[in-house]
Design a protein around this ligand. Sequence first.
Ligand SMILES: Cc1cc2nc3c(=O)[nH]c(=O)nc-3n(C[C@H](O)[C@H](O)[C@H](O)COP(=O)(O)OP(=O)(O)OC[C@H]3O[C@@H](n4cnc5c(N)ncnc54)[C@H](O)[C@@H]3O)c2cc1C
Length: 378
Amino acid sequence: MEQQFDLAVVGAGIVGLAHALAAARLGKRVVVIDRDAQANGASVRNFGFVTVTGQARGEVWRRARRSAQVWDEIAGPAGIAVLQRGLTMVARRPEARDVLRAFLDTEMAQGCAWREADDLADRMPRRGAVLGALTSSVDLRVESRTAIPRLATWLEAAHGVTFRRGVAVTDVETGRVETSAGAARADAIIVCPGDDLTTLFPDSFARAEVTRCKLQMLRLADPGWRLPSPVMSDLGLVRYLGYAELPQAGALRARLEAEQGEHLAHGVHLIVTQSADGSLVVGDSHHYAATPDPFAREDVDALILDEFARVFGQAPPPVVERWTGTYASAASHSLVEAPLPRVRLVTVTSGTGASTAFGLAEEVIAGLYDLPRQGAAA
Ligand SMILES: Cc1cc2nc3c(=O)[nH]c(=O)nc-3n(C[C@H](O)[C@H](O)[C@H](O)COP(=O)(O)OP(=O)(O)OC[C@H]3O[C@@H](n4cnc5c(N)ncnc54)[C@H](O)[C@@H]3O)c2cc1C
């Protein structure tokens, strides 16, 4: 396998594929190496919700905007369907409405508006006791379990990217990666190992205090109605930093602690997305550990479904599928390091890889090849 490439990317999740795309667009010869036979990590377990609205103010929000543009650019050529657009961020409480109104006064509110509850029928055919919602038009949603394989197939066919699957990378040095199937040579190497924090550059992860976060996810049967945009609610306003860092979020947090303390204790908030067959992907929860257990707790699922019932004013449809996923987690948006010359270690540590990886990868590739940083500024 000792072939020479311009760039070797370790990891075929969305972060690795985003780097492969950015480099291939510069005409680089790229190899992507992944230990799994097919994508199996966070990138296929997520909602596929490319969330711009609510991302942390500043560079993360700009990365998300750029990433949504890239998803739009590649979706058609790669055969990836954009199933939903925008976001309906419901306010159930006056304190949540105050946060959203404050958000609408910021520069992050591009493409956003406030709508009263009686003006939401096209966004939410069924509603519980909601006061209204912030509606946005800039976000989008893909079905990750098919989108990620299609993105890889298109990178191979249209950009000549080479994939080595079922091959574990055991060591990285400048110019060379050691793998379970021999060595590969590349002028530059980008390591995107997701939440594998111990195989490659463990000291970097330890120094940055990166841990792992486990999420519980559900698929519900087709409810018989359609959501043109994903739906979120009050609990999300104290998790997503674009809202949570606004001063008005303090009063909402205090009320949620009094009224939904158990939801907060399990990191539960509500995201509801809809797939092409009408089924709903619903989540999620957040539990942190170096090695999270693999078990989905029924009481945690019940908290997620409780919020669903309050927001939609009806009992949830039957659960047809359950799974857990994990991602790397730290206080920052991402870990980007140069542990060796012409080697970069890149992990998104905020659970936002589907939303920000394309923008981040353009920045990393621009830095690697001394190009102007176009991604973040777009
Ligand atoms: C349940 C859930 C819901 C989420 N929802 C959203 C969402 O809606 N929107 C959003 O923006 N983000 C969401 N996220 C976060 C997002 O999915 C992650 O940030 C993103 O997928 C991380 O991508 P990755 O490529 O770093 O990791 P992964 O997808 O885990 O890929 C890492 C890859 O590296 C490979 N690898 C690791 N080490 C080696 C090695 N030594 N040799 C070879 N291969 C190796 C692994 O096999 C794996 O394929 C969610 C995450 C989860 C778990």
